[in-house]
Design a protein around this ligand. Structure first.
Ligand code: NAD
Ligand code: UDP
Length: 311
């Protein structure tokens, strides 16, 4: 059945891949973005399609649309961008969620929130399961994002309990792939650009901190599965790749795959940088029959090819 689907933050990295898939499935896709970190370049190829529409709008302001489903992704995701204007980050997360939940309530749309592993902060439990409440600093540099996303989860569950809004909450762990912004400061885009241009690779701290990286195609597939799953399974659900690696291992892999002459240098670890992060995806396996298929080295090769075309 063809649905009318709104994707907020649709011109960003993850949002544009979601637009691709849902347009290809024949749905009518409305892509809403204020182009803070996303760009038209990510969705230009869709502009001529009869089932694709682009709306320039800031989610902090209400908007009235007729839709069946909403994927709420609008929010800068990289620390550099979300810390650039932290008050705006909180507004986008909180007021954006209120505006979208209000819309979902009015038109009886189903709504999925792109939440994050940052909900868990610097986790004291490893790997992270959905029932872990997290270890988050309320007043640090990352708090605008972490607490903004936590409040958005609260709003989703309150609109669900209070107004019967049909919600889904997905906690996304580090995701990478083509269309990441080359200057957004995230580790994979930074390292690949540095390696391809033979600049020093900037490892923060001693590089022993870990992350678990999921390729974008696996993530968009999971988000769509979650949206279309049974109404009695609303989440929160962890989505990510449990294949954990240290940042130093990542730097070495990227140097090897790009055959770069770059040297690794060490810089101070940013404030509140989580030491370890790895999703427990038992629930996603059970409920959605989903697990990642693209291995880190394979996904990295595809991502490197994309960046080769840019630099
Ligand atoms: P991104 O920065 O590429 O995309 C975010 C998009 O939202 C951009 O197009 C940006 O212009 C838009 N946007 C920001 N503020 C807005 C506003 N006020 N109004 C309208 N549009 C606005 O980031 P991404 O990696 O694609 O992340 C998408 C979502 O997924 C975010 O909500 C992010 O928190 C979440 N997420 C991503 C990751 C990841 O590793 N990529 C991990 C966890 C959670
Ligand atoms: N990082 C790094 N060098 C960089 C960029 C990031 O060592 O040039 C580290 C960063 O300190 C963190 C990890 O890589 O430990 C992932 O950072 P990113 O900003 O991609 O995501 P997040 O910290 O939000 O998971």
């Amino acid at each position: 059945m063809q649905k009318r689907i709104l994707i907020t933050g649709g011109a960003g990295f993850l949002g544009s891949h979601l637009c691709d898939r849902l347009v290809a499935e024949g749905h009518e896709v409305l892509c809403l973005d204020n182009f803070f970190t996303g760009g038209k370049v990510n969705i230009t190829h869709l502009l001529g399609r009869p089932n694709f529409e682009l709306i320039r709008h800031d989610l902090v302001q209400p908007i009235f649309l007729e839709v069946d489903e909403i994927y709420n992704l609008a929010c800068p995701a990289s620390p550099i961008h979300y810390q650039y204007n932290p008050v705006k980050t909180v507004k986008t997360n909180v007021m954006g969620a209120i505006n979208m939940l209000g819309l979902a309530k009015r038109v009886k749309a189903k709504i999925l929130q792109a939440s994050t592993s940052e909900i868990y902060g610097n986790p004291a439990v490893h790997p992270q399961k959905e029932d872990y409440w997290g270890n988050v600093n309320t007043i640090g540099l990352r708090s605008c994002y972490d607490e903004g996303k936590r409040c958005a989860e609260t709003l989703f569950f309150d609109y669900h309990r209070q107004n019967k809004v049909n919600i889904r909450v997905a906690r996304i762990f580090n995701t990478y792939g083509p269309r990441m912004h080359p200057r957004d400061g995230r580790v994979i885009s930074n390292f690949i650009v540095q390696a391809l241009t033979n600049q020093d690779i900037t490892v923060y701290g001693d590089g022993s901190q870990t992350r678990s990286f999921c390729y974008v195609d696996d993530m968009t597939r999971a988000l769509i599965l979650m949206m279309n799953g049974p109404d009695d399974f609303i989440g929160p659900i962890n989505l990510g790749n449990p294949d954990e690696c240290s940042i130093l291992q990542l730097a070495e892999m990227i140097i090897r795959l790009t055959r770069s002459r770059s040297k690794i240098i060490f810089k101070p670890l940013p404030q509140d940088d989580p030491i370890r992060r790895c999703p427990d995806i038992t629930l996603a396996k059970e409920k959605l029959n989903w697990e990642p298929e693209v291995e880190l080295e394979e996904g990295m090769k595809r991502t490197i090819e994309y960046f080769r075309g840019l630099v």
